[in-house]
Design a protein. Structure first.
Length: 393
């Protein structure tokens, strides 16, 4: 009952997370707490969709303003303005994408909530409850704090100079970062459930944690094990179907986001490297703090993004290993052996989405490739001494 109360609590971390993303236009829906059954679900909200659309208007205005005045931009500002153009149009595309595809993301999130409810109904336990009341918040709080600390100096500088377009630019970049964070926390949510499935499967060998299962209380031990395996197989199948839907939804916005991350990394790396090499005595304190912090933040976001995606593959492989351990433990029971063989075949032949349109895989190799690309372009720019301040005609 405690688990059910947790899922129905208006102070649950799910409510907090939805509210957090709603502020940045990435949650065009509302949380509903059912009165008839102890369950939480999401539904479409016209008010929130309008807010998401309105949030995109300053980004569109910034984009139009820069494009219209691009011919008058001095050469030293070309790179910065190109980055601003990319930030404004990508953040606009992301916000509009949520407006017009809100039903799809709502369905995916409701499937995740239903799956968590199934854990409670079938196994009398909840990943959220086991980890702690607000583990979802703790899982991404460090990234949120880093992003906020990184943008605060830029906002203060923009407000002090009365440049509100700079505030819009910072907000556009923040929306893109929050978008990556949302994808990461959802994949983390799935990872925790895959890990929990593996732990439940492994517990069948130790014969522990089975006494509080809700189903078939009068069943024999082997019947209980067989029923548990069937449910765990269904549970993991649902999880990976949800993950595939999630990957399809985020695929091309993630591609655009990774591109802008690379561009920003190259720009900030070059600006900072050139100032350190040629103008170390003239580096403003805010630049000395903000530019390295920006580079660290960009890399940090990509690292945790690829790490969560890699863990999906690792947990799936771990399932196969656990299955064979359980098969050894119940080698004399034909029914259990048959279900485990079917389970192992499913795991073996299941394709995990781990790339963006087949262009590159999302794993540690992506971080290495991005780092290598940034270093390559950094060396080229320094070698040709491209001047951000003065460019010869």
């Amino acid at each position: 009952m405690k688990n059910l109360n947790f899922l129905n609590s208006k102070e649950s971390s799910i409510s907090f997370i939805v509210t957090f993303f709603k502020i940045f236009g990435l949650a065009p829906f509302e949380v509903v707490f059912s009165k008839s059954v102890p369950q939480i679900f999401l539904r479409s909200s016209t008010q929130n969709r309008i807010y998401t659309f309105l949030l995109s208007i300053p980004c569109v205005a910034l984009l139009v303003r820069i494009v219209m005045n691009f011919s008058t931009i001095t050469p030293k500002l070309v790179l910065r303005k190109l980055v601003t153009i990319n930030l404004s149009w990508i953040s606009t595309v992301i916000l509009w994408y949520y407006c017009f595809n809100h039903q799809k993301i709502i369905r995916i999130l409701n499937d995740l909530l239903d799956l968590e409810q199934d854990l409670v109904n079938q196994f009398n336990r909840s990943v959220s409850r086991r980890e702690s009341r607000n583990y979802e918040i703790a899982s991404f709080i460090s990234e949120v704090v880093l992003m906020i600390l990184q943008v605060i100096p830029f906002i203060f500088e923009a407000v002090a100079s009365d440049d509100w377009w700079a505030v819009v630019m910072v907000t556009s970049g923040f929306i893109i970062n929050i978008f990556m964070l949302q994808h990461t926390i959802l994949v983390h949510f799935i990872n925790k459930r895959l890990n929990f499935t593996n732990e439940l499967l492994l517990s069948l060998i130790k014969n522990d944690n089975c006494s509080d299962l809700i189903f078939v209380k009068s069943a024999t031990h082997n019947e209980l094990i067989l029923r548990t395996i069937i449910l765990l197989k269904q549970h993991q199948r649902k999880l990976l179907v949800i993950f595939k839907d999630l990957s399809d939804f985020f695929e091309w916005p993630i591609l655009l986001t990774i591109i802008i991350f690379c561009i920003r990394l190259i720009l900030y790396s070059y600006k900072f490297a050139k100032r350190v090499i040629f103008f170390s005595h003239k580096i403003p304190l805010i630049s000395f703090i903000c530019e390295p912090a920006t580079m660290v933040k960009e890399i940090f976001i990509i690292v945790i993004f690829t790490n969560q995606m890699t863990q999906i593959t690792s947990e799936t492989k771990k399932t196969g290993e656990v299955i064979f351990e359980v098969m050894d433990a119940y080698s004399t029971h034909g029914g259990i052996q048959s279900q485990l063989k079917q389970f192992s075949i499913e795991v073996l032949h299941r394709k995990i989405p781990d790339s963006i349109f087949g262009l590159f895989k999302i794993n540690g190799g992506l971080v290495t490739a991005i780092t290598a690309s940034v270093i390559t372009y950094l060396v080229i720019l320094i070698q040709f001494n491209y001047n951000l301040d003065i460019v010869d005609a």
